[in-house]
Write a protein that binds this ligand. Sequence first.
Ligand code: TXA
Ligand code: MG
Length: 347
Amino acid sequence: MTTRVFRIENIEDDGGQIEAAAEIIRRGGTVAIPTETVYGLGANGLDAEAVKRIFIAKGRPQDNPLILHVAEESWIERYCEDVPSEAYILTKKFWPGPLTLILKRKDVVPDVTTAGLPTVGMRCPKHPITIKLIKAAGVPIAAPSANISGRPSTTSFKHVFQDMDGKIDAIIDGGDCAVGLESTIIDLTEKPPRLLRPGGVTLEQLEAVLGEIRVDKAVWRLMDKGEKPKAPGMKYRHYAPKAPVTVVCGYPERAAQYIKEHASEKTGILCFDEYAFMFDKLTTRTFGSSTDLKTQAERLFDALRGFDDTDVTEIFAQCPKDDGLGLAVANRLKKAAGFNIVDLGGD
Ligand code: TXA
Ligand code: MG
């Protein structure tokens, strides 16, 4: 399959490109879409055949449900029922933005989209091209992250092209993703609500609005055999570069020292900017200063992917604390490591 590339310089005068992409969606095709979190691999979320094409292009397990991307809050009622007031409190504050709400679904949403669950994830992304595309298509766009299943999510056109060229109908180049990590997922079908995946909207921000929130155990640790996380995707090894990763938690100085003592010639190092000098003879990727969580989130997946172009046989990574956006950064790092963690304490 030849994958078309749409490059939109001016959203007001795009030469009909958004309409052409919308037409592909309406006809049941697949289009990679830019969002503020990561790129999505989109198709008409109400069309079971179109949604199956997403699973095939990604090599994604069928039991892992997709998020429906909508143009605005008012679309929720088309696809969900028994919507609690908390949903609107959150959409007023955080939409468009990196927050997915799990709500009870209506029957119009096909089983393949939700992997047979009675609930559906709803998100309104903050990217003008994608909002315009959803409106033009007139249907919700089901979209997982636009990576081959198991690899780090894609945060730039280059990543999407690497993973998806020849497998989907089109890619829209919308530049680099501003947040860099997938959306926060909160399940509102339970009381108190449950955080299923940390992301750009932090746990502290959600607690400030809703009060008590439970954090699903899959955020902290690997699921045992037979144990089911509430977000099916959280049970898979994920975000993983080819070489195995060990995450070293604790004070940055102490973690850097530990890594230095345990690294060998073929070790790749993923560290905060200010510690790179300690590893000048090794393959090193940095992902921002230890105090700059926003940059860490933005650069993490690109840095993880970067190791696949090298011959490192193992990777040691520094890790931020679980506060604020650090919870999401640390979660993705730990998942990339299959929760292979050395904890030096110091928190
Ligand atoms: O930022 C994002 O959320 C990106 C962009 C493209 O919007 N999308 C994304 O999709 O990360 P994906 O498919 O890679 O991750 C969706 C996660 C999976 O872990 C899935 O199991 C969970 O959301 N999920 C989807 N629907 C669910 C539901 N009804 N109940 C529980 N978990 C659900
Ligand atoms: Mg994903």
